[in-house]
Design a protein. Structure first.
Length: 284
């Protein structure tokens, strides 16, 4: 029976436990292990319930011990690594078609908001008026507050973002996405079809997907490239990313993952309880 046992196939075990971080256990050939949670920037020993290194962002949280975790609020907070891109959607915008934009950054280096906001007369086409081309949103750690800041940062174009998708990125991807998002948001003209708010999101996302799967993105990811309605683009973004990740699982590479869990979902603003991919605190 050894040939058809679970040992023969390899045991499937979820090692992502506390705060959805990987528990380094039985990783050596003799089945011993470090028995530490890998937080990338530091490691957590679950046997004593303590971090072995200080928080790299401790100087920003002087009220707490430098060994603190998410400002002593582990229910609503997580301690991610890397950077982020946050796709925003105002589902009631544009007479129900929605409005979309992106925030790129992290608490240490700051968050930057990109949005092609339309014309002064709110028409279907014309001269672009008061776009957000990397508008700074500060160094916040609360994702809901970031979205609220984006809602009110541009007095000429107040928004009503009510849902978002947060994705882990690398510093290199952030730099490339900022350049593309800036290029599109800085357009002199606005057109409901061909040069609108969704083009900013598509440019940023395409940059991310291309960095993971190269030119295959243009072949398997058509919805992300052709869908022009912001609400539908946001709704189907998780499925879009699933297709990319399936390709990566077949041919290799680093999958696109959510902020807290590999699962990508669309989050409502101000959700009360974080789900598997949810977070109210993006403290790094």
């Amino acid at each position: 029976m050894a040939g058809i046992s679970s040992k023969a196939a390899g045991k499937l075990e979820n090692k992502f436990k506390f705060s959805s971080k990987e528990l380094q256990i039985q990783e050596f050939s003799d089945f011993s292990g470090l028995n530490l949670y890998d937080f990338h920037a530091r490691q957590h020993d679950p046997q004593i319930g303590r971090f072995l290194q200080i928080d790299p962002m401790a100087d920003s949280y002087f009220k707490f011990t430098p060994y603190n975790y998410v400002a002593n609020n582990p229910i609503n907070g997580i301690d991610p690594d890397g950077r982020d891109i946050i796709f925003l959607n105002a589902s009631t915008g544009a007479k129900g078609a929605g409005h979309a934009a992106v925030i790129i950054g992290n608490p240490k280096d700051g968050w930057f908001y990109y949005s092609l906001n339309g014309t002064k007369e709110h028409g279907a086409y014309g001269e672009s008026y008061m776009p957000d081309i990397g508008t700074p949103l500060g160094n916040g750690t609360d994702i809901n507050q970031l979205v609220l800041e984006a809602n009110n940062i541009n007095k000429a174009h107040p928004q009503a973002y009510d849902r978002y998708v947060a994705i882990k990125t690398t510093p290199e991807e952030d730099r490339a996405m900022k350049l593309k998002a800036r290029e599109v948001a800085a357009s002199k003209t606005y057109s409901l079809i061909g040069n609108s708010c969704i083009d900013v999101c598509q440019a940023a996302y395409s940059t991310l997907a291309t960095s993971r799967i190269g030119s295959a993105h243009g072949l398997i990811d058509q919805n992300a490239l052709t869908q022009i309605e912001p609400n539908l683009w946001t709704k189907f973004l998780p499925n879009t990313i699933n297709r990319v990740n399936f390709y990566i699982s077949m041919f290799g590479g680093e999958e696109i993952k959510g902020r807290r869990n590999p699962v990508i979902v669309v989050h409502p603003l101000n959700e009360d309880v974080p789900d598997l991919d949810g977070q109210k605190n993006l403290k790094q």
